[in-house]
Design a binder for this molecule. Structure first.
Ligand code: CDP
Ligand code: MG
Length: 657
């Protein structure tokens, strides 16, 4: 981030934002209403400016302003920026709190935090008394945590009003939104629209339905490239890393053939797992007579703004996580976007001048799309949320005041899983057990907390805490397609014949032996930032373990305890090899295959436990460890019984042939 602006520069930048002329009106509305909804395009100044306006107009006398963000990186960079604009040292008047990191103190008046962190705070103080204003930002993203917070803050506001003192103001901010839906939920709250800088955009649809949206996007790219001026840059929405890398390769090859005839073409991938210095390429201005083409996942849809984009090519798809309550598993798969997303993507072409959007789908396809995306709460696993609701004192999660109610099966599935993990006494009367309370205290998926709790008895907490930390971080290995072979060769020394979790642990140990050296990471094709993050997470988890009297015992050089431990928390993710060459999951009898990136891809052990399921045509499991079939029979009797009942007769037990 460019950090060296003078105060005058910063002030000039602030005054040039679209929000600046309407600041008085905004403040007036804030004074009149307890709840306000603010709609404005990305970049209009909502997140950085509104908290400052509120602060300088004395609405924080009785408390702090909380500003939530779905992503931790956003919370950190925004706090840094606002501190800079206010000439404050980060962590004092302006601060942030994200999972595993707190940069705020009791004097903090503007606090950026992830939506998950605010929810954790609500578990300790449901009225959120230390805040006078709560801003729920990026509401259009509808993350699970934001959705739960909608109700939590609404309830806190009502109860604080009943108590008469220390009233709570709520601001909901969003780039695009189904405004009426939100306003209605918040008792007809008033809405302020910010005038964005939006220029007209011409939208073109494909004439026929495109089976191969990648190919048609590639053709469109070069049609534009032949005619448009060099400084009219292009943004292409694709679904994920592999697709983006393959597309980049084709585009670069074609561009090479065309060299000299047209402007140069600079191809910049953009996805969350890309190392930061490479991500920055997408934001930098290219050299003269060079067109930039950014290949992005949906992170460029609302979260970031790229200068100079005049053309958007939209493949019409997105990779999204969906939970299958029938199997208790999450899958990551490619699906069609919603109309609201299609408009948002198109809008990216008209930020600085009139633009064009080419859709790789027909008008008829567009009309068949859902108007709005399905919020996470209606499609993701609710195990963590139900656990949190119970910890918040909600007695009946089925009748919680959700803005959009999740399907009953999702809530029931969550209760079943919590019961299987020993977190609640029964699914009919969901009361937290001691284990459940411990699970609520750990900032982890309950299955991973279960691993840590189980590691105590098995004497492998040292290893399990590292593995859980590594799984909490984004991808540890760097797998650029171009260097895949080289990377695999270099990393072969870390590979464990027992699976990917042990392999990750080997990398982690080597990283620490190498004194967490950045160059070492570079040489070994592993992600430095993500490993550092894992170190940090590990430290925090170790502290939590200490508080809960779980000693940091190690079983090194043995590995069996670690693998047994993985089974004890992840018994829903066990699969057995079948004669036909694939695997069947234990509970739900799903057909899966080991992903080619796994160290066990070639060895095909008879029984495995995994931590990730992805669907790309085929169902693949990633992060796989081999276990002993006999261990399954050693699981607690009631766990096995419940597993069978959960999947009603579909499980024939470990004895089946
Ligand atoms: O929230 P909204 O998208 O409406 O805008 P914002 O996040 O307040 O950003 C307004 C402007 O501040 C951006 O267009 C950037 O110019 C600047 N900004 C920045 O330079 N660095 C950041 N970390 C955040 C914002
Ligand atoms: Mg914002």
């Amino acid at each position: 981030m460019p950090a060296h602006y003078s105060r005058e520069d910063l002030l000039a930048q602030r005054q040039a934002l679209p929000i600046y002329p309407v600041r008085q009106k905004l403040l007036e509305e804030m004074r009149k209403h307890q709840t306000l909804i603010v709609i404005g395009e990305t970049g209009s100044g909502k997140t950085t400016q509104i908290p400052q306006y509120i602060f300088t107009h004395g609405m924080t006398e009785n408390g702090t302003i909380a500003v939530t963000q779905p992503r931790r990186v956003a919370a950190i960079t925004l706090a840094t920026r606002v501190a800079q604009e206010m000439g404050a040292q980060l962590g004092t008047t302006v601060g942030y709190t994200v999972r595993f990191e707190d940069m705020s103190n009791f004097k903090t008046k503007i606090k950026f935090l992830t939506d998950g962190m605010l929810l954790r705070e609500a578990m300790l103080d449901p009225l959120l008394k230390r805040y006078s204003v709560i801003i729920l930002d990026e509401a259009h993203e509808r993350t699970i945590h934001t959705d739960v917070l909608f109700s939590v803050v609404k309830t806190a506001q009502k109860r604080r009003a009943e108590q008469g003192n220390n009233k709570l103001k709520i601001v909901i901010m969003s780039a695009t939104m189904d405004v009426d839906h939100f306003s209605l939920y918040f008792n007809k709250a008033s809405v302020v629209y910010l005038e964005g800088r939006q220029f007209p955009i011409q939208v073109f649809h494909a004439k026929q339905t495109q089976e191969d949206y990648l190919f048609s996007s590639l053709v469109t790219l070069f049609q534009i490239h032949k005619d448009a001026p060099a400084d009219h840059h292009i943004l292409i929405f694709l679904t994920g890393q592999e697709e983006i890398e393959a597309f980049a390769k084709s585009a670069r090859t074609i561009a090479k053939d065309l060299q000299g005839k047209y402007p140069n073409l600079k191809v910049c991938p953009l996805f969350a797992n890309l190392p930061q210095n490479q991500q920055m390429e997408a934001f930098n201005n290219p050299p003269p007579n060079t067109r930039k083409v950014v290949l992005s996942t949906n992170i460029a849809e609302t979260s970031v703004t790229i200068d100079g984009i005049r053309y958007v090519i939209d493949c019409g798809r997105v990779k999204a996580r969906t939970h299958m309550p029938a199997t208790g598993m999450d899958i990551l798969r490619i699906q069609k976007i919603a109309q609201a997303q299609a408009w948002q993507r198109a809008g990216r072409a008209g930020r600085q001048a009139a633009g064009f959007c080419y859709r790789a789908y027909t008008l008829n396809d567009f009309e068949k799309m859902a108007p709005n995306p399905i919020p996470e709460i209606q499609r993701c696993s609710l195990t963590t949320v139900v656990l949190q609701l119970l910890a918040l004192g909600v007695q009946d999660p089925l009748n919680f005041d959700f803005m959009d109610k999740p399907p009953t099966e999702l809530i029931e599935g969550a209760m079943r899983e919590l019961h299987l993990l020993g977190g609640i006494q029964s699914t009919e009367k969901p009361v937290l057990t001691e284990v459940g309370q411990q699970m609520a205290a750990f900032p982890l998926d309950p299955r991973f907390t279960k691993l840590i709790l189980a590691s105590k008895e098995l004497g492998c907490t040292e290893e399990i805490v590292s593995i859980v930390a590594l799984l909490s971080a984004d991808s540890i290995m760097i797998n650029a397609t171009a260097q895949r072979e080289q990377a695999n060769n270099v990393r072969a020394k870390f590979a464990s014949s027992e699976g990917d979790h042990m392999t990750l642990l080997n990398i982690f140990r080597a990283f620490r032996t190498a004194k967490q050296n950045r160059n070492w990471c570079f040489e070994n094709f592993v992600n430095y930032r993500n490993l550092l993050y894992a170190v940090e997470v590990r430290k925090q988890l170790a502290e939590l373990c200490e508080r809960m009297n779980i000693p940091m015992k190690s079983c090194n050089p043995q590995t069996e305890p670690v693998r047994r431990c993985l089974l004890s928390g992840l018994f829903l993710s066990v699969a057995e090899y079948q004669r036909e060459g694939h695997y069947l999951t234990l509970g739900s009898r799903q057909t899966v295959a080991i992903h080619p990136s796994s160290v066990l891809f070639h060895s095909k052990p008879s029984c495995i436990v995994f931590t990730e399921l992805v669907q790309t045509g085929k169902r693949y499991v990633r992060q796989v460890t081999l276990i002993d079939q006999d261990w399954i029979e050693e699981l607690p009797k009631d766990t096995l019984l419940q597993l069978r009942q959960t999947f009603r007769g579909t499980v024939s037990g470990p004895h089946r042939k």
